[in-house]
Design a protein around this ligand. Structure first.
Ligand SMILES: [Zn+2]
Length: 95
């Protein structure tokens, strides 16, 4: 197994068979400022970001497809709840 020194961000684990299905929606324009709090490694075609804005948080999923990234976002949650879901996503309990 080769250690990839460039990978400093986490990779998502394979989704478990009974994982929670997140509601991935086409993003809508918002006026609030959104900033990423955490993100997965960009070495994968699918990158997830935990984003915070306006006192709430959500997960953004970007799939790199032939140069045109497909972006989807979950509904907004309270920040603490979003952190729990983010951890579940990383460990394969949610996707
Ligand atoms: Zn990586």
């Amino acid at each position: 197994m080769i250690a990839l020194d460039e990978c400093v961000s986490p990779h998502v684990a394979m989704a478990q068979r009974d994982h929670i299905q997140l509601d991935w929606r086409v993003p809508y324009r918002t006026l609030e400022r959104v900033r990423p709090m955490a993100w997965t490694c960009v070495c994968r075609a699918t990158v997830y970001e935990l984003c915070q804005g306006g006192g709430q948080a959500f997960i953004r999923r970007t799939v790199q497809l032939d140069g045109t990234p497909e972006v989807r976002e979950t509904p907004r949650w309270p920040v603490n709840e979003a952190r729990v879901i983010w951890a579940a996503l990383l460990s394969g309990k949610a996707r």
